[in-house]
Design a protein around this ligand. Structure first.
Ligand code: GDP
Ligand code: K
Ligand code: MG
Length: 293
């Protein structure tokens, strides 16, 4: 092809929980669009990150980790995964040096028509020939165009991966304006940043039972005023979120504000309110209101 042909397309990042999908997406986009924690199922939505150059535009989708659905929220999460596979021009199937193949992956892999780039992540932790051995093992299970070893955390192998993506990308004009970074509104990132702090500050089931909704986002020259509602599934969880004398929630607020000020590059005023939406993860009406349907 000629050097000036424009390439553009959709790239889906899929794999099991905690293999490093969100870390990789942020590394490829160069912005912190996806929240990252050591807990599985942090990413609930499909999140698009866009990068453009003179001759290319790549629209990445970070997706929730592939799991066997246990309740309705999980079904919606797995639908985000399959939709992102339907649109994909290239699929990045990512795993890490610890994961094994299992049947929950077959269903999704079978439905992929697009070329796959297999990625073995976390090679910064690999010993001896572990990385090569793992790739040999995975070749039996995933038929891919390329097999690459990377460290999303340390930025190892990212340039080679990027070159492979562009290589496999179809010729196509840009889909979005070239200065656009994501398809998600600002409010979404506020909700995600607060949710990340909840994942980092509370144990066990509490973060999984929590949803955040921004009900007000007012920006003027110097400050952004945000009102956020934090929904939990039970009254007892409301107490946990707030904590003794409001200390726990205050900590979440301080941490979220710091990140939000960095993200928007503006002073932030953040107000949070904790509410109960009983068993929302199993109820269609709540899932709809929270943007999962
Ligand atoms: P996701 O669930 O697949 O989106 O995974 P995340 O991006 O949220 O990462 C899960 C955990 O793995 C986090 O604690 C990351 O810091 C860590 N992680 C991601 N990539 C790497 C890597 O290349 N090396 C190491 N050592 N850790 C990583
Ligand atoms: K995670
Ligand atoms: Mg993730």
């Amino acid at each position: 092809m000629s050097g000036t042909a424009h390439k553009a397309g959709f790239v889906s990042i899929i794999g099991k929980p905690n293999v490093g999908k969100s870390t990789l997406m942020n590394q490829l986009v160069g912005e912190r669009l996806s929240i990252i924690t050591s807990k599985a199922q942090t990413t609930r939505h499909r999140i698009m990150g866009i990068i453009s150059g003179e001759n290319f535009q790549i629209i990445y989708s970070d997706t929730p980790g592939i799991i066997k659905p246990e309740y309705e929220l999980h079904n919606s999460m797995m639908k985000f995964v399959s939709h992102s596979l339907e649109d994909a021009d290239v699929v990045l199937f990512i795993t890490d040096i610890y994961e094994k193949f299992d049947e929950s992956l077959s269903d999704h892999l079978r439905r992929i028509d697009a070329p796959i780039i297999f990625i073995l992540n976390k090679v910064d932790q690999a010993k001896g020939t572990q990385a090569e051995d793992k790739i040999t093992y995975w070749k039996e299970h995933v038929k891919a165009e390329r097999y690459l070893a990377i460290s999303a955390l340390e930025g190892l192998g990212i340039a080679e991966l990027f070159a492979s993506i562009v290589d496999l990308m179809p010729e196509h004009p840009a889909y979005f304006p070239k200065d656009e970074l994501t398809d998600k509104p600002e409010k979404f990132f506020v909700e995600e940043i607060i949710r990340e702090k909840i994942f980092l500050n509370y144990k066990k089931e509490v973060p999984y039972s929590t949803e955040v909704v921004v009900t007000e986002f007012k920006e003027d020259e110097t400050i952004i005023r945000i009102r956020a509602e934090i929904y939990v599934e039970r009254k007892s969880q409301k107490g946990i979120i707030i904590g003794k004398g409001g200390e726990a929630l205050k900590k979440v607020g301080i941490q979220a504000r710091a990140d939000l000020e960095q993200f928007f590059n503006k002073q932030i005023h953040l107000e949070t309110f904790v509410k109960v939406a009983e068993n929302w993860r199993r109820k269609d009406i709540n899932l709809k209101n929270f943007g999962y349907k």
